[in-house]
Write a protein that binds this ligand. Structure first.
Ligand code: NAP
Length: 299
């Protein structure tokens, strides 16, 4: 750790759903350097440009790195595979190289979309990934770049992220409930809605223990599945949002095949979080519980 005892935490992607929550949660762990594409709250970085990533590390000399930035436009990635790979794969490989050279911990997020969804049991970390779309392929490349490096890294695979800002299903549904009296929602894809704040809080708790020396990165580094508990379909998730928001909109089931999105999505991508809960001794609340808390925040 540099000069003082306060670790310098380089947060990359501080404007995103998870990044924005991390800005607040990580403030109890150390000095947060909030890097983003726009550079509004700290240094600017464009992950599609390798030089920009190197410059960020040179300029900030971090003690810890948390990467919440990603190319997350799942459908658009089908027509922009090089850009998605540059941001989700190549840039992460550079972070891995720079973190390995400094011997500093890295936290990175990945996705349930690395799996094909061709199963009916919650996926474990050692299940074989088989992405159905470009986004999933590029996120898998990022995971592998970190795992194949000497960087002490925690990779948190999560799913169906929503929160009080950004592009997400919760905010889209609430807008549509105001605009329409009837909506069709996919009911043949199953997963676990996960509040961005939950991800930020567990990340901060774990990093606090790491920087305090209570948790040995050499022992815990690796891949973990982190979502809320439970599972649901997009339709049931929409129903829960509607009911908890006192909205009045008729929801009708639609099959994924009828929705015609450019990117294929896994039909079943529930993640088994037992490795995470056992290793870190943390409880992950039921998705409905987190949803209610998030909605209370929106009131
Ligand atoms: N959202 C989900 O449902 C979901 C599910 C599973 C896993 N994840 C993973 O969770 C992590 C956080 O996702 P999120 O939902 O918080 O995503 P998000 O809201 O889309 O945030 C991603 C951030 O990355 C930034 N970014 C995009 N391109 C960039 C570039 N070239 N250089 C620098 N920054 C760039 C975006 O900036 P702009 O907004 O300015 O483009 C945005 O602030 C990601 O690793 C994602 O893959 C998300």
């Amino acid at each position: 750790m540099t000069n003082s005892n306060v670790p310098r935490i380089l947060l990359i992607g501080s404007d995103g759903q998870v990044g924005w929550e991390l800005r607040r949660s990580l403030a109890t762990v150390g000095q947060v350097i909030a890097a983003s594409l726009t550079g509004q709250e700290g240094p600017a970085v464009d992950l599609s440009q390798p030089d920009s990533v190197h410059q960020l590390f040179d300029a900030t000399a971090p003690d810890v790195v948390v990467n919440a930035a990603a190319y997350t436009a799942v459908d658009r990635a089908e027509t922009e595979p090089e850009l998605a790979l540059a941001i989700n794969g190549t840039a992460v490989a550079i972070m891995a190289e720079r973190a390995a050279a400094r011997g500093i911990p890295v936290v990175h997020y990945s996705t349930d979309f690395v799996f094909s969804g061709d199963t009916d049991h919650p996926y474990r970390e050692d299940d074989e990934p088989q992405p159905l779309n470009v986004y999933g392929q590029t996120k898998l490349a990022g995971e592998r770049a970190l795992l194949d490096s000497d960087a002490p890294a925690l990779i948190f695979r999560t799913a169906w992220v929503y929160g009080v800002r950004g592009n997400n299903f919760l905010l889209t549904m609430r807008r549509l409930f105001r605009e329409q009296s009837e909506l069709r929602v996919v009911n043949d894809q199953f997963g676990t809605p996960t509040w961005s704040r939950l991800l930020a809080e567990v990340t901060a708790q774990i990093l606090y223990r790491v920087v305090q020396g209570e948790l040995d990165m050499a022992r815990v580094q690796g891949l973990y599945h982190v979502t809320s508990a439970g599972a649901t379909s997009w339709l049931s998730f929409a129903e829960a949002i509607r009911d908890l928001s006192d909205a009045d909109c008729r929801l009708l089931p639609i099959a994924s095949a009828d929705y015609q999105a450019p990117a294929r999505r896994p039909a079943y991508s529930v993640l088994d979080t037992s490795r995470f809960r056992t290793t870190f001794g943390l409880t992950l609340p039921d998705w409905r519980h987190s949803l209610a808390l998030c909605l209370a925040d929106l009131r």
